[in-house]
Design a protein around this ligand. Structure first.
Ligand code: GLY
Length: 304
């Protein structure tokens, strides 16, 4: 058995009062690290971390999900296991408490990879994934965010919203990447998407190869930022290509992916990566990125 590596993110952008995220990031990465320390799997670690991130209203995922133009949450999430490239994803779900657990259930209990909307919710219910009413997501803060976005006739994403926009103090898509002590990789990403987005809009987070990717042959990746940019560049898969096919080191591949994102589509966002070598890497085209990593007991929280 070798060591373990874990990295989580809570979104990217212009992050106001970054210190308020530190306790949450530390608590959540510690929970995942404990699991990996005890010999738990990368799949379980990323699933646990993203569930905890979804339950924290600081972030734009799960309970903290932003609302679409109709005033309801449409959450997206995906998980991928680098052992065998198994994957599960859900999109446009507004009645599932933890979309990442629904995505995991798709991966483990269905013949499919990606379920959307009412079908995804019915599948989750049949598989005893916890359901909630739509009102669970319609918190006073998210309703106020939506009202401000509508007043300004804008859509607002993650912390990127703060670039002159009203949602300056928040929010972030979440994700986790891990390498367990057996050397297996996994990745997970979850989001509420964009405040005031068109109903039916899906970003990169639940799309395998765009906002999430894991393959033991290369790396595990989770992205955050403007989903359309990551969809158009298949960015998460690109990191795997750079490592497996071009032989780049983990941090160099992560930097190169962001360089391509900016060069090709003037992309706005960030990504976290754990390489097959156990190296934790991050890169961003945004001013800020919230991350925490744990490698063999050493925890590192970064809020810039
Ligand atoms: N990156 C999250 C989204 O665009 O929905």
């Amino acid at each position: 058995m070798s060591g373990y590596s874990l990295m989580i993110h809570g979104g990217a952008g212009v992050i106001r009062n970054p210190e308020r995220f530190e306790p949450s990031l530390h608590r959540i990465v510690s929970a995942g690290a404990d699991l990996l320390e005890r010999g738990g799997t990368a799949r379980d670690a990323v699933s646990l971390c993203v569930t905890l991130l979804e339950d924290d209203p600081l972030y734009n995922a799960g309970f903290g999900s932003v609302l679409n133009a109709d005033g309801v949450a449409e959450c997206d999430a995906a998980i991928m296991d680098g052992r065998d490239l198994s994957a599960g994803a859900v999109a446009g779900v507004g009645r599932i408490k933890n979309p990442i657990l629904a995505a995991r259930t798709v991966m483990e209990n269905s013949a499919h990879v990606f379920l959307i909307g009412a079908g995804a919710e019915a599948f989750a219910r049949r598989n005893n994934v916890e359901m909630v009413p739509e009102s669970y997501f319609q918190t006073p803060e998210r309703l106020a965010d939506l009202a401000r976005a509508k007043a300004r006739n804008e859509t607002a994403l993650d912390h990127v919203a703060s670039q002159g926009a009203p949602s300056a103090k928040k929010l972030g898509t979440v994700g986790a990447v891990a390498r367990d002590r057996a050397g297996n990789l996994a990745a997970a990403t979850s989001t509420g998407g964009m405040t005031n987005k068109l109903p039916g809009r899906v970003g990169d987070s639940p799309v395998i190869g765009a906002g999430v990717f894991a393959d033991n042959a290369s790396c595990a990746v989770s992205c955050t930022g403007v989903g359309e940019h990551f969809l158009r560049t298949s960015l998460a898969r690109t990191v795997g290509f750079l490592i497996e096919d071009l032989g780049l080191e983990t941090q160099a591949a992560t930097d190169e992916a962001i360089r391509r994102l900016v060069e090709k589509v003037s992309g706005v966002g960030a990504l976290i990566v754990v390489g097959r070598d156990g190296v934790c890497a991050r890169a961003q085209s945004t001013p800020g990125l919230l991350t925490a990593s744990a490698r063999d007991g050493v925890i590192n929280v970064k809020t810039a």
